[in-house]
Write a protein that binds this ligand. Structure first.
Ligand SMILES: *Cc1c(COP(=O)(O)O)cnc(C)c1O
Length: 497
């Protein structure tokens, strides 16, 4: 039986469903499992011949003790289905050379890795509400810089007893990303542009969460408010599955024997994806090094190399926008585990972060499991070109960052363990960056860019992107950042209030 606690409170233990329903703990901490289920060599070998869905069932059951296998099995089969994933293997492992593989996590409906968690989260969330006897309707409120919003909309569309609101910076997302959201289908989905950048949008949403008047309206109308971002345990736990799955595939493809250590390189922003790999290692998966790859926003590289976390630094807009981040929320979970679960350490460090924007932590504790490096836009483009010319493999800018930092690691250490490079988005989601990396002229229209990339690579672009051309835009409203709360209230009122 696995229970959960906050990183900032040692006393209170809660169930998985309560942790998923709450999202964040009211003491400001994040929920973590009180222990890690252990997966033995034999358990792992038994999964080698299983489907992704079976592997997911085994691993999710080990964490989500208050859900039955029957329940989980039904959610998993709905989430990871050929109607939403274009590759029935869900997270295929693709060989690049004799010791390097990419783990493609972008075959879901929105072409980014966030689908893997967000196809499952709505079902976990609504089932958790039932288990906790909550008859209330759930309102999901999310600010997005591009990928999360669309993945959350696809996950929650038409899910009974939920309504989802996504706010995006009107001029801060790509044409494709905007169309993905403005053409969204579903009878419970709402999308607004905000006049401002991502930080403005995010702060406006944070204000709504803390607005006493808005919270009173929610309460009076039996609504509960939650967010779909990556601090929720229900978003983290589905990500552990694909690391085990990749290892099973390596065995199944005859590339390694069971027990061989591997390295994993992850393009990192909010530290959710790489934390899931760390959890897999804690559960017994033979991972040698976790390679944390940042773009020019290298706050995590500095932290892992020096132990100093300092968010007082310049913010860069890069070619890998989903990693343009200065505050990596999930890092709090890692530090909690590395500090031997001492809540006082977390309280102390995060008070310092609040006050001074910085803290430090013993670097020796980080270096056992992690290596870190960063990659600027120039290096990203070079890597996209290299990988395409050498291996005829097209990778998106986020994945290229991971490739770059992995090659840096290899040069520095000479380590040749098999390596899994985590691929987090389809290259067709960023066609102009890819075309320019490969030295081609860039058509103005995004769909023309997609066509050109398809022609050059000989690959078929994802239908979920090309079909956007012909879809009507349903959500064209752009609101001022001061008006987000009013807009939300009036839209809710036009619903069932
Ligand atoms: C969100 C995202 C990332 C960063 O993942 P984290 O879990 O936040 O570290 C990397 N690549 C892409 C394409 C993403 O959408």
């Amino acid at each position: 039986m696995i229970q959960y606690q906050s990183t900032r409170n040692q006393q209170k233990k809660i169930s998985a469903s309560k942790a998923i329903l709450s999202g964040i703990s009211d003491d400001g901490g994040l929920f973590v499992p009180t222990k890690f289920p252990q997966i033995s060599k034999e358990d792992l070998e038994a999964l080698v011949r299983s489907s992704y869905q079976k592997r997911a069932l085994y691993l999710l059951s080990s964490f989500l003790s208050d859900f039955s296998e029957k329940e989980l099995s039904s959610y998993i089969n709905k989430a990871y289905h050929s109607s939403s994933f274009s590759d029935i293997r869900i997270a295929p492992l693709i060989p690049i050379n004799d010791h390097t593989y990419t783990l493609e996590l972008w075959h879901g409906p929105t072409c980014a890795f966030k689908d893997i968690a967000l196809q499952l989260l709505p079902q976990l969330l609504t089932a958790s509400a039932k288990k906790e006897n909550l008859k209330k309707e759930i309102v999901i409120l999310t600010a997005t810089s591009g990928d999360t919003g669309k993945a959350a909309l696809e996950g929650f569309k038409n899910i009974p007893n939920t309504r989802i609101f996504v706010f995006y910076p009107a001029r801060g997302v790509s044409q494709i990303q905007r169309l993905q959201m403005t053409t969204q289908e579903g009878n419970n989905t709402f999308v607004f542009g905000v006049n401002g950048n991502f930080d403005d949008t995010q702060s406006a949403i944070k204000k709504v969460f803390n607005d006493p008047n808005f919270n009173r309206i929610l309460k009076n109308n039996h609504l509960i408010l939650t967010s779909a971002n990556s601090i929720n345990w229900g978003r983290l736990v589905p990500q552990i599955v694909y690391y085990f799955s990749a290892y099973c595939d390596l065995i199944q493809q005859g590339k390694i024997v069971s027990g061989t250590p591997i390295n994993i390189a992850v393009p990192t922003g909010n530290f959710g994806n790489i934390l899931a790999a760390y959890y897999a290692k804690q559960m017994g998966l033979p991972i040698h090094k976790l390679i944390c790859a940042s773009n020019a926003n290298d706050v995590l590289t500095e932290f892992i190399q020096t132990g100093v976390y300092n968010k007082n630094r310049r913010f860069f807009k890069t070619l890998s926008p989903s990693m343009d981040i200065l505050i990596s929320s999930n890092l709090e979970r890692l530090i909690f585990h590395l500090a031997n679960r001492e809540v006082s350490v977390i309280q102390d460090l995060y008070a310092k972060l609040e006050k001074k924007g910085a803290f430090s932590f013993p670097v020796s504790l980080l270096k056992n499991d992690f290596y870190a490096g960063s990659c600027n836009d120039h290096q990203t483009k070079k890597m996209i070109q290299n990988i395409f010319e050498k291996y005829q493999y097209l990778c998106d800018p986020h994945t290229a960052v991971a490739f770059h930092v992995y090659s840096q690691y290899q040069q520095q250490t000479g380590d040749h363990f098999p390596a899994v490079i985590v691929s987090t988005a389809s290259p067709f989601k960023f066609p102009s960056s890819i075309l320019s990396s490969l030295g081609y002229k860039i058509p103005v229209n995004s769909f023309k860019q997609i066509e050109k990339l398809a022609r050059i690579s000989g690959q078929k672009p994802p239908f979920s992107l090309t079909k956007l051309q012909n879809k009507p835009e349903r959500f064209t409203d752009v609101v001022e950042k001061e008006d987000v709360c009013t807009q939300l209230t009036s839209t809710l009122e036009r619903g069932t209030l």
